[in-house]
Structure formats: structure tokens, C-alpha cells
Design a protein. Sequence first.
Length: 270
Amino acid sequence: MAQFRSLLFTPASRPDRFDRALASGADAVCLDLEDAVAPPDKATARSAALDYLASRPTGEVKVGLRLNGRATPWFDDDLKAAAHARADFFMIPKASGAQEFAMLQRALGEARPFWPLVETPEGLMRAWEIAAAPAVGGVLFGAFDYSAEVGCEMGWEPLLFARSQIAAACARAGVEALDAPPAAVGEDEALLAETDRARRLGFTGRACIHPSQVGPVNAAYTPSAEELAKAQAVVTAFDTAAGGPALLDGKLIELPVARAARRILERARG
């Protein structure tokens, strides 16, 4: 499964932005048929997204498609279109359980990663089974919808429980966990602080809604040279001790510490 430090949403109704999104530096771009598109523009946006996916150049940037929710009048047409789309992944809003992904796989006819959005209390209750469902590449926290459903504020503390559950569920399933995009554009200090908090909580990347957010998010999820050197020293000390406890700079190195260090090295290679 691909590792996304950053995923940039782009309205499918704005094909003039597609190439710019791919050139933003984001690891993935998601053409959005859902919240970013007004109801009268759904059909036009769907056609624009399909045309672009059919003709886009291949490259390292993964390009996906966010469908409208199953309860909407546009879902059936989205699903029919998705079966023929050259998308690298599909983002599924308001995921409520693992069973829906088996249906989606049958409808699409081939295995491509799904990225469910956990953005309701029901979805959070089933986050563990959603993250572990077949073909799920990762989970995105839909903080805006979740806060509206629960009636809580969009601050860090009110959403800490939901974020913690999603990070733990994804870690158990061995899939990626993407945090919700920042609410504001141009507030770099707040963006960096909150992104670092989510990273320390266990999230592996973050969604973005503007190209200017991509650079800071990538930086937050890219280990520094100092972090890599420290991680390599930990792994070397642990391996030299033949997998037993080791001392490094006066600190005890045991298996959990070595596993965390290896994870840093693996993400840098990814």
C-alpha cells in the first residue's frame, strides 16, 4: 500500500486545477466529487474527473477519486463511473462498517485501495473493523462532519478521543491513518503545530485543501537527518546486542524502542 504524507483534495468541478494539484508536491491527489462540488455540478464534475483520469500522465503521484456517499442520489452514477476510472484509489465518505467494501469491490471488478472516511459516531464505533477490511489502504478522519454530528467544537481536545481511536485502529490493521485537513489557509504556525501533534499521536499523514499546505505537511512527516541518525544508531545497538537489551548514550534499548526506530527508517525509505 502507498504511504501518503500528504493528500491534496481538488474539486472535480475545477479541471483547471488538476495539473497544478499534481505539481504541488503532494504524495496523492484526490479529485473530489463530494463536498467540494455543488449539486447542480455533480454530473459535469464526474465527466471532467473521468476524462482527466483517462488521459493523465503516469507518475509517482497517486490520483484518486472521492465518491459521493451511499445515501446520496449521485452514488449509483459515481459507482458506475468508478468502475471505468483510471484511479489509483477510491475515497468513500461516511464509512459505517466493513461490509460495504465487499460490495464496492464486487461493483468495481478489480482490487484497488479504498480510503474510507470515518466521520460519524457510527463510523468511529466501527473504526477497528473498517481499518481491517479487505482492500483498505488507509483511513481518513473526517473531523468536520464528525464534529457536526457530535456537536463538539473543532478544537484539538474535543476531537482527541476520535483521533486516538482511529490512529490505534489503523496501527492494529497495519494501514495508513490520515488526519483531517486544516480548516484555515495561511496559518502556517497553527498548521505545523497541529500536524506535529497528530504525527506524535500515530497518524502517518494529513489531508490538505490548498497547495500551500502541502509543503509544511510533508516536512512534518519527513524524518530529519538527526532523527534518521538517531534511529539508525538505536537499530545498530539493538542488532549488535543480538536482539537483547542494549545501552545507548546511557539509555536502555529494548524491543519496543527498536521497533519505533525501524518504523522511522521505513517511512524515510517509503
